[in-house]
Write a protein that binds this ligand. Structure first.
Ligand code: ADE
Length: 361
């Protein structure tokens, strides 16, 4: 059993072991090819809720289109959202854009280097600030994401109990993570911890036999976690309505109101108020997960001359959109999924495809 008292850690040995492992096993990821703080920032924001395999392509596309903070600051929000389409959690893209404008206006387009200054930017919390400062500027500060939390809890033999508040446990984890960070290679150490959590110290089947720091570990894999929140189910329906004008197919889309909290201003298929769709009108049925909710979505085919009869909460904001305009619009993930399945939109790149292969009911 390893020690749970932080003073007993053989930190130099642990650092040497995990860094040796990282040097030999780290994944070759585009944002690791240089220390550009902007590139690291974009990658860390994308990685917060999206898998590495998906982020690889999307990060490249984003940096091709917006190679610098200044170019992102100059962009229209709708263009930033369009590039983010399908990644979900669109607030991340809005905040990234806002922060770029802030940096362009207040720091001449140069991101501040210290984690304390970085935290003052819109949408940059403790995690992102520590990641940028440690990876790009060698600041000695721990990055604690969900993977690192699990690694540290297992190492120390800690678990959430009814007596410890989640906040107190989190403070303990951050204190130990900060104590362990390698002062000479903080960025690599942090990435090694995240990488270990993502590839070895897995939530359900930790690979302790290949773990470089197993000798320090209090639990060797046993680690009780609080159960995940159960997914809720909801049934909804949307309309798929296509027409041809001047030999060009067009699809009817609806812009979400700017004042809603979820995906404001984004474009989706017209929402229907009645989720019951008779079989003869059912074009496809799709499951789409957004945060804690599984949406069971029925897509109804609607002819052009029936459009006016379609009631829906946002019917005032509908527009016929040519297929060649779709890529430039901030589509919701669901709209993207349905339009792709209906062969109205080009499928995403190979990396994205695995993620979006959701169940066709
Ligand atoms: N997860 C989020 N950011 C990461 C990084 N920089 N390295 C490894 N895993 C990560």
């Amino acid at each position: 059993m390893g020690p749970s008292n932080p003073r007993d850690w053989n930190a130099p040995r642990l650092r040497a072991q995990i860094l040796k492992w990282y040097d030999a096993n780290q994944r070759d990821l585009p944002w690791r090819q240089n220390k550009d703080p902007y590139s690291i920032w974009v990658s860390e924001i994308m990685l917060q809720q999206t898998r590495v395999a998906v982020v690889i392509d999307r990060h490249r596309q984003f940096l091709e289109r917006f190679p610098t903070v200044a170019s992102l600051a100059r962009a229209a929000e709708q263009d930033v959202l369009a590039l983010w389409s399908g990644l979900g959690y669109y607030r991340r893209a809005r905040m990234l854009h806002k922060a770029a404008i802030f940096v362009a206006e207040n720091f001449k387009g140069e991101l501040p280097s210290g984690s304390a200054e970085l935290r003052k930017l819109p949408g940059v919390g403790a995690y992102t600030a520590a990641a940028i400062a440690s990876i790009a500027h060698n600041e000695r500060i721990a990055v604690v994401d969900g993977n690192v939390e699990r690694v540290v809890c297992r190492l120390a033999g800690w678990e959430a109990t009814p007596e410890t508040s989640a906040a107190a446990l989190r403070r303990q984890i951050e204190a130990l993570a900060n104590q362990l960070v390698d002062p000479r290679r903080p960025g690599d150490f942090n990435q090694a911890m995240m990488e270990l959590g993502a590839t070895v110290c897995l939530p359900r089947n930790p690979q302790c036999l290949v773990c470089p720091i197993a000798s320090h570990c209090a639990t060797r894999g046993e680690h009780k976690t609080t159960p995940r929140a159960r997914m809720l189910s909801r049934e909804i329906a949307h309309a798929l309505c296509v027409r041809t004008r001047r030999n060009q197919p067009e699809v009817l889309l609806e812009q979400r109101s700017a004042s809603v909290t979820v995906m404001p201003g984004m474009w989706e298929l017209p929402a229907l108020t009645n989720e019951v769709v008779p079989d003869e009108h059912l074009r496809m049925a799709v499951r789409h997960a957004i945060m804690q909710v599984n949406y069971y979505v029925r897509i109804r085919s609607v002819l052009e001359d029936e459009v006016l009869t379609l009631a829906g909460p946002d019917s005032g904001n509908r527009r016929w959109v040519r297929l060649d305009e779709l890529a430039a619009l901030p589509l919701t993930g669901l709209a993207r999924k349905v339009l792709t399945r209906a062969h109205l939109l080009k499928p995403p790149t190979s990396h994205d495809r695995r993620k979006t292969a959701a169940t066709l009911l």
